[in-house]
Design a protein around this ligand. Structure first.
Ligand SMILES: [Zn+2]
Length: 235
């Protein structure tokens, strides 16, 4: 973060297959939040298979200052998009003014290990079923039907892992369909998103890719911090 000039970041949880591992992940994040509350925020990992205990862990995470839930990937985590505990978790996030972040896969990109379909219809059912909850669909929403996603004003996108999946023209395309004010910079750190040139995980190359893209200066400023400041009140 220091190297890239990033003042504040949200540390997002992994989509663990076992709920117990989510609890352990939350304890790491809690430790980081306590150490650097000035620099870090957090989304709590969640697995609906954990049932009531998983819901309690999300409640405690919100009490500790977590800002949302995610990254969620139900097909990879072994539960369905209409699982009762997932709906309970989203309702809880809604009641506490917290965010919900889903992994979204573009079915048209090349295959990679762990690639799994995330049906846009089911994601949109959730977003439209909880209109007061703000959602982030990761990886530019898999570039799936962005004109349709754009109609649901509670849905935002992030740019996590984008350099690994597309060339830099994709930003212009996403902004054209969604508007820059609903796209947040996401890194997918510590994934190396420029594997040919990176030996260590870092944010700089991805930020530079956006800075050097054909977007307007205003759109770049929104994606690279402006939206975050407006939406998350980072202080
Ligand atoms: Zn993801």
């Amino acid at each position: 973060m220091d190297t890239a000039g990033v003042e504040k970041a949200i540390v997002v949880g992994w989509y663990w297959e076992h709920s117990e591992v989510c609890l352990e992940n939350i304890s790491w994040q809690q430790d980081w939040l306590e150490r650097r509350p000035d620099r870090l925020m957090a989304f709590a990992p969640f697995n609906a298979k954990g049932g009531r205990e998983a819901i309690e862990s999300i409640k405690r995470a919100f009490d500790m200052g977590f800002t949302g839930i995610g990254e969620l990937n139900p097909p990879a985590q072994g539960y369905t998009y209409d699982h009762e505990s997932l709906l309970d978790a989203i309702a809880l996030a809604s009641s506490r003014g917290k965010w919900v972040n889903f992994h979204v896969t573009d079915p048209d990109t090349r295959d990679y290990p762990g690639k799994i379909d995330t049906p846009i219809d089911q994601l949109m059912d959730l977003a439209n079923g909880f209109p007061d909850t703000r959602f982030i669909f990761s990886h530019l929403g898999g570039m799936m039907q962005l004109d349709r996603i754009a109609e649901s004003v509670n849905v935002y996108l992030d740019t996590a892992a984008i350099p690994l999946l597309y060339d830099s023209n994709i930003y212009k395309s996403a902004v054209g369909q969604m508007g820059a004010e609903r796209i947040l910079f996401g890194s997918d750190y510590p994934l190396r998103t420029f594997p040919k040139t990176q030996t260590e995980p870092e944010f700089v190359s991805h930020i530079d890719q956006i800075r050097n893209s054909s977007l307007s200066d205003q759109d770049k400023a929104l994606i690279l911090g402006g939206n975050f400041s407006r939406l998350f009140n980072p202080g």
